[in-house]
Design a binder for this molecule. Sequence first.
Ligand code: FES
Ligand SMILES: [Fe+2]
Length: 441
Amino acid sequence: MSLGANRLVEIGKGLVSREVFVDREVYDIEQERVFGRCWLYLGHETQIPEPGDFLTTYMGEDPVILWRDPNGRPRAFLNTCRHRGNRLCLYERGNASAFTCSYHGWTYNGEGKLTGVPYHVEAYFDELDRDRWGLIQTPRLTSYGGMVFGSWDPDARSLDEYLGDVRWYLDAVLLVAEDLGGLEPVTSSRYAARGNWKIPAENFAGDHYHNPTTHGSSYKLGLRAAEFVGPQGRCGPFEVAIAPGHGLGGLTTGAESFERDLANADRVGPEARYYVEARYAAIKKRVKGAGSVPYSFSHANVFPNFAIWGGSALRGHGFFMFHPRGPLSTEVRQTVLFPREAPQVIKEMAIADLGRGGHFASGFFEQDDANNFEQVTQGTTSYIARQYPFYFGMGLGHEGRWPGQEEWEVHDLPGLIGPRFSEHPQRCFYAFWAELIGEGE
Ligand code: FES
Ligand SMILES: [Fe+2]
């Protein structure tokens, strides 16, 4: 689609129209073609470990219940009663063998079947076909490394194919947790942000460039080690564009980041050192045969709106969801997970840091970012401003031929790997977005 004569996305020129972030028609189309078709992250299996455990979330704007059925199988249902649409589950999390609608009392079991209808003889003369009026279930649901993804598209390609090479990095750096007791959620947070969901999503896909400026105060105050002085490092950080629309960045390789974590771990105690060493040994084992060893990545976005945060063995992983709430607002949900075997002291340090300096709603980093997103939105909604596109041209034409890339420690690593300052992951994000909404170049 396009609005009038103006193209929404022109990747070859690095241009993305501001309408992409504000226009209601674009937003409605994206609900159908992006959120109605892509694989979307719903939650982690450890959040619903037992039969009957559930959590509520969203797929695009659609409210969804992720519910483990009596046989232990996770299922995802639209969180709406089939009678006249009332929201069925009003809770965030819990355990239930059935839900009864609070409007007229229809009841559904963990397999989504309509099992109870008040006054069904008196009101429906026993004619209601209950099999026809069960809950609406996602036709596709797959679990990968404990992460549950669903799709409304019955013909969607497999999750494996959809994740593509991003899976290689998640297997090596995130799911190394499986060798350390498995990932477990330790805390969560949420807040409402004023801005289109794509603004934080593309920031996580590959925007190392904003770090020195947006988060400059944290570096000046010494809350974060300054990693932006001097030239591009041989071992990172790198930004990676991964087909079809994923991005991953702040990628570091080799032993440098490991040594840095070890030095920090030594300040905590021997158990921290042991854990950092065990994690690195497990990563090396996982990528055996690859020329270079990835150590960590600080940010990633699995298209469209599932972001993963990390950057160090001492920080754990943040799973962030950017749920659209209209063109101009986003609900940000954050869960922090750690390998079960990580020492308690590291988990506590990381949680404290998230709330103070990091990416929880109260943290410096998150407030720095949220302020940008809000200002971008304010500067994008007005009539004249909307006529001028955003520019995503950083590094355009240099892809795969970056200065000094022959020195980089990235042998055998998949994806289009570029320097820390480049917008090729965002171009990958918007090229796929444009393809989905029907505006390929
Ligand atoms: S809307 Fe749920 S029972 Fe009527
Ligand atoms: Fe940021």
